[in-house]
Write a protein that binds this ligand. Structure first.
Ligand SMILES: Cc1cc2nc3c(=O)[nH]c(=O)nc-3n(C[C@H](O)[C@H](O)[C@H](O)COP(=O)(O)OP(=O)(O)OC[C@H]3O[C@@H](n4cnc5c(N)ncnc54)[C@H](O)[C@@H]3O)c2cc1C
Length: 305
């Protein structure tokens, strides 16, 4: 049943007509629990509140389905606007973004042009930029882009997904770039040819890559809501005397907020991934796919006056 729901919401997340409708009807039906508004001004207010609670942030201007050059350029402009707001308002926030929204499916040259514009603005404003990881078909390209940009800029990192068989090799391959990596379980529907089908194996691999990356001496963002993984990381850093400034925890905005604050109080860097923008529909559907309890929450929101 859970798998059925997951597939259903992942299917909905890719539906263009529904995306258009969602854009038109605004942030209704509980989506505002996971999305910090449609404009940078609204998002900045949310970030300020989170910062006050001791939480760091990474902000993401939502946009999927970019299929022409002017849309990709516009997405990059929006990210630059967000970077400038972070600098201007002195927010404790990084930026996250997706290569498809920078034009990955259009041309490599377009992506590189947009990324260099963004990283220049980020450098001027002291902002770190993380390249999110998308589905498997874009993984190698994303890593290649990251490698090229990392040679030119210090303020860029990316994400590796524990569900992919290849990730262990990627950690090894990237080691000498000394990358700041966000490690996650992985959010897309992948075939068993490329990804562990069993959750148990994904969890084991997650632990393995966290250990590898930390012991390689590289900065590690452990992005999960899973207490077992959080506890594992805490034990590991204790055992190997890894300082608190070599790693952090990350969670999504609206998911387990009390746990986020608790980790910050314990002295860990806790970063909240805060998405905003008019194109929130696909992101929202993926959160529903992850956890049926989120659906119950949204249904309540739909029927509440
Ligand atoms: C900051 C951040 C950035 C991410 N970036 C990417 C990316 O670039 N690419 C990508 O593919 N994926 C990304 N993801 C998504 C990630 O891959 C997972 O799909 C997502 O985090 C769910 O996995 P999980 O590790 O939280 O554990 P899950 O296996 O989903 O959950 C494990 C346990 O966590 C607890 N839990 C989970 N949700 C809740 C909840 N709502 N309330 C209470 N308890 C809960 C429960 O105990 C649950 O059993 C990102 C996730 C985060 C947090």
């Amino acid at each position: 049943m859970e798998q059925l729901m997951r597939d259903f919401f992942l299917f909905l997340s890719k539906n263009k007509t529904l995306t258009k409708l969602a854009k038109r009807y605004g942030l209704r039906f509980g989506a505002s629990r996971f999305v910090a508004g449609e404009t940078i001004e609204q998002a900045a207010e949310v970030i300020k509140q989170l910062n006050k609670k001791g939480l760091a942030v990474t902000i993401d201007y939502l946009g999927e389905f970019v299929d022409n050059e002017s849309e990709a350029n516009e997405m990059a402009d929006n990210s630059i606007e967000a970077i400038r707001a972070i600098g201007r308002e002195r927010l404790n926030s990084q930026l996250s973004l997706k290569m498809t929204s920078m034009g990955l499916d259009i041309s490599d040259e377009l992506v590189m042009r947009n990324m260099r514009r963004i990283l220049e603005a980020a450098k001027e404003n002291g902002v770190f930029v993380t390249i999110d990881m998308e589905d498997y078909s874009r993984c190698q390209k994303t890593i290649d882009i990251f490698k090229q940009l990392k040679k030119e800029y210090d303020n860029v990192g990316t994400v590796l997904q524990a569900y992919l068989y290849r990730t262990e090799d990627d950690i090894e391959d990237l080691k000498d770039y000394h990358p700041n990596l966000r490690l996650v379980k992985g959010a897309y529907k992948e075939s068993s040819e490329v990804a562990f089908p069993d959750k148990k194996d994904v969890d084991e691999n997650f632990k393995k890559i966290i250990k590898m990356h930390l012991l390689n001496g590289n900065y590690t963002a452990v992005a999960t809501h899973d207490d077992a993984i959080i506890e594992y990381t805490k034990q590991l850093v204790k055992e190997y005397n890894i300082p608190n400034d070599q790693f952090e925890f990350q969670m999504l905005y609206g998911i387990r907020p009390e746990r986020q604050e608790q980790l910050a109080r314990e002295g860990y860097t806790m970063r909240v991934y805060v998405p905003y923008g008019t194109d929130w529909y696909g992101y929202f559907m993926r959160r529903l796919a992850e956890r049926p309890a989120n659906v119950a929450f949204v249904l309540k929101g739909m029927f509440r006056k």
